[in-house]
Design a protein around this ligand. Structure first.
Ligand code: 6V0
Length: 313
């Protein structure tokens, strides 16, 4: 496999922005863009390719499934997007059908790549892709709650007036309405969040901070209401996961992974902190949660399992 080569399937708002972000990163030397609407893929590839003189040389082109043969990473963003007011789960049937057409075409040409699922509902589609591809769970990764976690870090950074990169906190579970923040281990550069709050003196207790989580949960709805799609931050989340893989960083990221007894959960994919490196998921980190967090995580998994049980794959 050529880890310098990445394919992006689906060239809508998310796919095109992701391809552009990946191009600018210098992480790949070859980028293939695919869409059921070939003209759209060609237009986006041309537009993106015209920025090559400003970056390191990258071969960017619109391709077809045979072009995926040696791609080390395949990012799937194809699918219907949320309409205003629609939940991610509302998309499930439409997007499962789309994946039923895409995944077998990928595996006909490539059985060794890492599949990175971005289309929503991402946890359901990651689980569906595992079944459709027959790939090992290590190599089927959903973007999970990487974006939600970034949104939380951003809002906490603004609130606490501190660099968001110094904030270590996770959102885990479904990338959607049942996700949860893990406050019990949240910290600012190793300082427990509650202790940091006391020192920073911006609020008397955690109540203001807890409210930021609701803002995170509603961010996508608000952005979609205002501009019709979310595309920039998700493209950076994809880049972050891609970097961890291509550079074998062994970074801890809350990606969507298949549970096999982790946190007492089985056979459902959802956002959990995992070590991500060249082979994909190297380890799921099953770390202690408090009682409330454990209960919320189980409820999130149960909601996803219920959706999965209604699908015939
Ligand atoms: P969009 O702009 O409608 O683009 C979707 C693209 O998929 C279009 O260009 C379609 O032509 C293409 N497409 C549809 N069917 C196929 C097919 N069978 N083969 C190839 N291409 C196909 O949607 P947008 O780009 O805004 O969103 C794409 C997906 O990403 C949606 O499901 C979003 O909900 C999801 N997002 C996931 C996020 C995450 O954190 N995981 C974040 C933002 C959006």
């Amino acid at each position: 496999m050529n880890l310098q080569k990445c394919a992006v399937i689906g060239c809508g708002a998310v796919g095109a922005t992701t391809a552009f972000t990946l191009l600018k990163s210098g992480l790949f030397s070859e980028l293939v863009l695919l869409d059921i609407d070939q003209k759209k893929a060609e237009g986006e590839a041309m537009d993106i390719a015209h920025s090559v003189p400003f970056v390191r040389p990258v071969n960017v082109y619109a391709g077809d499934y045979p072009d995926l043969a040696d791609a080390g990473m395949i990012v799937i963003t194809a699918g219907a997007a949320q309409a205003p007011g629609e939940t991610r789960i509302d998309l499930v049937r439409k997007n499962v059908r789309i994946f039923q057409s895409i995944v077998p075409q990928i595996t006909r040409h490539n059985r060794d790549s890492i599949l990175l699922i971005v289309a929503n509902p991402v946890d359901i589609l990651t689980r569906v892709t595992l079944t459709l591809s027959g790939f090992p769970a290590q190599r089927v990764i959903g973007s999970g709650t990487v974006l939600d976690t970034a949104r939380l870090k951003y809002l906490l950074g603004e609130h606490l007036e501190v660099d968001p990169r110094n904030i270590h906190a996770f959102i885990i579970g479904e990338h959607g309405d049942t996700e949860l923040p893990v406050w019990s281990s949240a910290n600012v550069s190793g300082i427990d969040l509650i202790d940091f709050c006391k020192v920073c003196g911006k609020c008397a207790d955690m109540s203001g901070i807890r409210g930021l989580f609701d803002e995170v949960k509603n961010s996508a709805y608000r952005i979609i209401e205002n501009k019709g799609a979310t595309n920039y931050a998700i493209s950076m989340a994809v880049l972050r996961i891609a970097e961890a893989i291509v550079r074998d960083e062994r970074s801890v990221l809350p990606v969507s992974v298949l549970t096999d007894g982790h946190y007492g959960l089985h056979d459902v994919c959802l956002g959990l902190p995992a070590i991500v490196g060249r082979s994909g998921i190297q380890k799921i980190l099953d770390f202690p949660l408090n009682t409330e967090e454990n209960r919320a995580l189980s409820a999130s998994a149960a909601a996803l399992s219920e959706v999965l049980s209604g699908l015939s794959i």
